[in-house]
Design a protein around this ligand. Structure first.
Ligand SMILES: NC(=O)c1ccc[n+]([C@@H]2O[C@H](COP(=O)([O-])OP(=O)(O)OC[C@H]3O[C@@H](n4cnc5c(N)ncnc54)[C@H](O)[C@@H]3O)[C@@H](O)[C@H]2O)c1
Length: 457
């Protein structure tokens, strides 16, 4: 069996590396027209940072795992073709700002139709709106002279930062397909790949639409929990309740559970916002405006939380930060990834710059240019600077803002940082990861999320 994956991104690269590792008899070709990205996959510095990924790729690369720009060649020889291309939010036209832009999915489908000879199984790995498979099937069948296609939905549930762990031991693998003899046979073929390492009871098979929709709904539910606890964090700050204590207390209820109840500066990442907006758009499209508004409010609370965090910095620094240096520690949207898409740090930095602050960012894994482009686009602003260490960022800063929960930030010598900062020196812990009581003993004014400013965390 030969597998091809269109798209060598955060999903295509790791998922295919896992299949190659678990199925040494299957040839896996990951193809992408992005030459720089493919060159990095073939080098010692992979384009994405994930714990355990280097070892995983090194184990199979050149044996049964290949990265190439030869998209047509990959399609031609494959039995199963995964489509793992981006599905960003549309920037213009109908549904702009909400609907998913399916141009990459459509062009992948057209390429497959043009090149493929003989029967192929096409697997939607990208997150797409429900009913997209219908469009893909129509394009494939209308444009192919000889091909015979089955389209499956197999959404990916990995989380960046724990991708290798999630792929090794997934909570579930979801495979949806047409409930026809040919569709059911295609489902079984894909099941047989995952069944090499995933227990059979964790491989769920459904119809196409349930599978497509489940991915959007899973992300909506996860993000909803974060927005729910973040909304409560504001009430905690106002009342003297402690959001971590509240989260712990409610999480002990087995009907609620403890996960995804950590208050923070706001969720980021390429998926949550885009998928909820897409879900909201779909609800509107299907005549359900109330459902649409309900889900959209999850994104609204998240935006509000990011701006609320920046506004708190301004307020606590005596209502002006013009000309004041602020050290931003962490830019990635979460720890253990270099991905900055939709990271809360973008909005916070932009708000601080708009107030005239000098913003100095340090992140252990994100490249300098990435930060500058994310915050400023093509504009220039000398007030945004990048530091090579937390110490460099904090030197002379009125405040430190923790925006990513990198473990390394917990072991910084904050007493030393304090010495080099104007007084009173402040810490805004946007992830609630630091020992607040000890920081107060050093002399910092500490402002965690969801705790009144005098409270210890
Ligand atoms: N990043 C995540 O954590 C995550 C998790 C689950 C699902 N998803 C979904 O998976 C999909 C991919 O996400 P990603 O983060 O890997 O995106 P990405 O932007 O990192 O990678 C997409 C890649 O597809 C390539 N591409 C575009 N058109 C192509 C074509 N016709 N043929 C071959 N390659 C092509 C691009 O060059 C790019 O390298 C999205 O739909 C996303 O919503 C992402």
């Amino acid at each position: 069996m030969k597998i091809c994956c269109l798209g060598a991104g955060y999903v295509g690269g790791p998922t295919m590396a896992m299949i190659a590792a678990k199925c040494p008899d299957i040839e896996v070709n990951v193809v992408d027209p992005n030459e720089a990205r493919i060159a990095e996959w073939n080098s010692d510095t992979l384009p994405i940072y994930e714990p355990g990924l280097d070892e995983l790729v090194r184990g199979s690369r050149g044996k049964n795992l290949f990265f190439s720009t030869d998209v047509d060649g990959g399609i031609r020889k494959a039995d199963i073709i995964f489509v793992s291309v981006g599905t960003p939010t549309k920037k213009q036209g109908i549904g702009a700002g909400r609907a998913a832009d399916l141009k990459y999915v459509e062009s992948a489908a057209r390429r497959i139709a043009a090149i493929a000879e003989g029967p192929k199984i096409i697997v939607e790995k990208s997150t797409i709106p429900v009913k997209t498979a219908e469009a893909i099937i129509t394009i494939l069948r209308a444009n192919s002279k000889s091909g015979q296609f089955d389209v499956l939905s197999n959404p990916e549930f990995l989380a960046e930062g724990t991708a290798v762990e999630d792929l090794t031991c997934p909570d579930r693998v979801l495979i949806g397909g047409e409930q026809t003899p040919s569709g059911l046979a295609a489902i079984e073929k894909l099941v047989s790949v995952y069944a090499r390492w995933v227990p059979r009871e964790r491989i769920l098979t459904t119809n196409l639409w349930s599978s497509e929709l489940s991915k959007l709904v899973a992300n909506a539910f996860l993000a909803q929990r974060i927005s729910s606890i973040n909304s409560i964090s504001a009430l905690c700050e106002a009342t003297g309740a402690d959001v971590d204590e509240v989260a712990n207390a409610i999480g002990k209820d087995s009907r609620i559970g403890p996960k995804f109840l950590k208050a923070s500066v706001g969720f980021g990442g390429s998926c949550f916002q885009k998928d909820i907006l897409n879900l909201a758009y779909l609800c509107g499209h299907f005549g359900l405006p109330e459902v649409s508004a309900y889900w959209e409010s999850v994104v609204k609370i998240n935006d509000w939380q990011k701006h609320r965090f920046a506004a708190r910095i301004v307020r606590e620094l005596f209502n002006t930060i013009t000309g004041k240096r602020i050290a931003v520690l962490g830019f990635a949207f979460k720890k253990d990834t270099n991905d900055t898409r939709e990271t809360a740090a973008i909005a916070v930095c932009q708000d601080l710059l708009a107030e005239g602050a000098e913003v100095v960012v340090y992140d252990p894994k994100v490249r300098e240019q990435e930060i500058l482009t994310d915050v400023l686009g093509s504009a220039k602003n000398p007030n945004l600077k990048i530091a090579k260490s937390a110490e460099e960022a904090a030197a002379g800063a009125h405040a430190i803002a923790i925006l990513t929960e990198w473990d390394a930030f917990k072991t910084i010598d904050y007493a030393k940082l304090h010495e080099g900062m104007p007084k009173p020196a402040c810490i805004f812990d946007g992830r609630n990861i630091l020992p607040h009581r000890e920081l107060r003993k050093i002399g910092f004014r500490v402002f965690p999320i969801g705790k009144a400013s005098g409270q210890d965390g």
